[in-house]
Design a protein around this ligand. Structure first.
Ligand code: GAL
Length: 446
């Protein structure tokens, strides 16, 4: 949690009513005329009560914070009168941030705008919970229907209402590798899981980790990639619309493969962030890492921003994970407008930047993602991201589970609980039973 957020949260918890009232007005005068307790607020609150926008995300680390900073600069240049309050909470994939956000929303204390994944995370969670506002007017005034892909709009809409502003497209199914480790072990880049297991034998014989992994959400990320590779795009999609039976033999086989893959990861995975796990590849301790292309931002980004400054194609390579060539497993980060946002006009000014060409061209090359907009200048992007642009245009597109596209929070939480148990006992049959039950209680099998 940012240091700024702690006093702000405490004040809001103490003054829940006052904070709620602030939602209806942006007039700075309100702050100075506030009740006596408010004078105990941090000095900046009382002395600089100008208009703010509070934006909530989980972009605090290598690659991610640097990308957000670029977009904040664009925002600042156009909105000198609005103070940008960056309430990012650390933790990959939003695991910590989303818990903090959920308690703030439950307490009626929303940030003005927050990071949310296109797909079920928005529709099945925030729209279903009446926590965000439609943005149709903004789409109209900014002409975004003409520059956002048709595939994306339904994932952020319910009925005629559009609920978020996508800033990027990320690819989840990427296998990053260390070219030297792979060459020294004398292996080819595997295209099937069987080839992968054979490659691991040589890599492990050379005393290297075959596949680096981090904390539990990265295991879920790996699992969805293995399911995709083993089931193929159609049957993978069927897991999320109820047409693939979670109890079927093909799912058993895919989970057995996942189990075998886990036999080749580093033993300290649960203690590592995604950056730590990716760094094992960069350092030459591991051959492969399966992770979304925020890794590209981390690997290639400037070292002053906590990134590794590697040259794509030299310091690191990439390939589709086994069985997923020709399929782009996507996710999209977007920003929403809170219902009851304390500063709705300032939030709209932020969202305008999120959807703009200038904002997306500043953000994405640093973040390690491609623009959600279709009109960004490809020359601004590195060789990996240019390859992702081509694949996005030509591949079969499927959604990510871990990053909010295919399942709402309840279904995903149940899968995550089952996964946590599985990581402890590696009992495939029990895991599959728990997944079948999750689909029945919270997924499309209800
Ligand atoms: C994803 C998010 C990405 C990246 C990643 C790792 O959920 O969409 O932008 O931040 O988590 O933190």
């Amino acid at each position: 949690m940012s240091k700024r957020l702690i006093p702000a949260l405490l004040v809001c918890m103490l003054l829940l009513v006052a904070c709620g009232q602030a939602a209806t007005t942006q007039a700075p005068v309100e702050k100075t005329e506030a009740p006596a307790e408010e004078t105990e607020a941090p000095v900046e609150e009382t002395e600089a009560p100008g208009v703010q926008v509070e934006v909530f995300s989980w972009w605090t680390g290598g690659g991610e914070a640097a990308g957000l900073d670029e977009m904040i600069k664009v925002f600042g240049a156009a909105n000198a009168d609005i103070e940008f309050v960056n309430s990012a909470v650390a933790g990959g994939a939003g695991t910590n941030a989303r818990a903090v956000l959920a308690s703030r929303l439950a307490a009626g204390d929303p940030p003005d705008s927050w990071q949310a994944h296109a797909g079920q995370e928005i529709i099945g969670t925030y729209v279903a919970g009446a926590q965000i506002e439609p943005l149709n007017d903004l789409y109209e005034s900014e002409g975004w229907m003409d520059v956002l892909p048709d595939t994306l709009i339904p994932l952020i809409s319910e009925g005629d209402n559009i609920y978020s502003v996508p800033v990027n497209i990320h690819r989840a199914n990427v296998m990053w590798y260390n070219p030297t480790v792979v060459a020294d072990a004398g292996v080819e880049i595997p295209t099937t899981w069987d080839e992968f297991f054979t490659a691991c034998e040589s890599i492990e014989a050379a005393d290297k980790i075959c596949l680096s992994m981090g904390e539990q959400w990265t295991a879920m990320h790996l699992m969805e990639v293995v399911l995709l590779g083993e089931l193929g795009a159609d049957a993978y999609n069927g897991l999320w619309d109820g047409t693939t039976d979670w109890g079927s033999d093909e799912v058993t086989a895919a989970l057995e493969t996942f189990n075998e893959v886990l036999g080749h990861v580093n033993s300290d995975a649960s203690t590592l962030t995604w950056q730590d796990a990716a760094q094992l590849v960069a350092n030459g301790d591991a051959a492969f890492n399966i992770m979304g292309d925020w890794v590209d931002g981390y690997f290639s980004g400037d070292t002053t921003g906590g990134n590794l400054g590697l040259v794509p194609g030299e310091g690191y390579g990439w390939a589709p994970p086994p069985g997923t060539d020709g399929v782009f497993q996507f996710l999209s980060d977007s920003f929403v407008l809170a219902s009851g946002a304390p500063h709705p006009d300032a939030a709209l000014a932020w969202l305008k930047v999120c959807g703009s060409k200038e904002g997306q061209e500043a953000f994405n090359p640093v973040k390690g993602s491609i623009c959600a907009r279709t009109d960004c200048d490809a020359d601004l992007f590195n060789v990996y991201l240019q390859s992702a642009m081509e694949d996005w245009a030509t591949d079969i597109v499927v959604g990510s589970l871990t990053h909010g596209v295919t399942a709402n929070d309840s279904f995903k939480d149940e899968i995550n609980t089952a996964l946590g148990l599985f990581m402890g006992d590696l009992d495939v049959a029990a895991f599959q039973e728990a997944l079948v039950a999750a689909c029945s209680s919270a997924g499309p099998c209800q």
